[in-house]
Design a protein around this ligand. Structure first.
Ligand code: SF4
Ligand code: SF4
Length: 129
């Protein structure tokens, strides 16, 4: 009976072709919800560190004093958690699968360029005049 089941699977696979693709020789299909890699808009990041605290893989490091945002691509398992918690929505999940990288370029460092807007001074008290 087991042989019959196996033969059925083999015949089905021969007719339908393989279910897998030869990635990266063949490009992977992308969907609007594909999780490729995390991207950041450094001009909007307020260095709050929420993404770092919530990342279950400990893949993000925010160095507030140095204004650096780092992601370890070897640790990130594209769970989307950081994207969901970022209060200013400066993180996005790009649908492009990231290209291959070596251990030398596995950590991506981004310089945070956000500048906090200056607080407006309270209007001068005209009643003193
Ligand atoms: S996608 Fe998930 S694993 Fe990757 S950096 Fe964000 S929170 Fe961490
Ligand atoms: S990327 Fe978002 S969550 Fe992470 S430090 Fe910047 S503002 Fe905060």
């Amino acid at each position: 009976m087991a042989y019959f089941e196996m033969a059925k699977t083999v015949v089905k696979s021969l007719i339908n072709g393989p279910s897998t693709i030869r990635y990266p020789a063949e490009p992977a299909k992308e969907y609007p919800i594909s999780r490729g890699h995390v991207t950041i808009d450094p001009a909007r990041c307020i260095s709050c560190g929420m993404c770092m605290r919530k990342c279950p893989a400990d893949a993000i490091c925010v160095k507030r004093d140095e204004k650096l945002w780092e992601i370890d691509l070897f640790k990130c398992h594209v769970c989307n958690c950081c994207v969901e918690v970022c209060p200013v929505h400066c993180l996005e999940m790009d649908t492009d699968y990231r290209p291959a990288f070596s251990k030398h370029d596995g950590v991506k460092v981004v310089k945070i360029t956000y500048v906090k807007p200056e607080k407006k001074k309270p209007a001068e008290d005209k009643s003193e005049k």
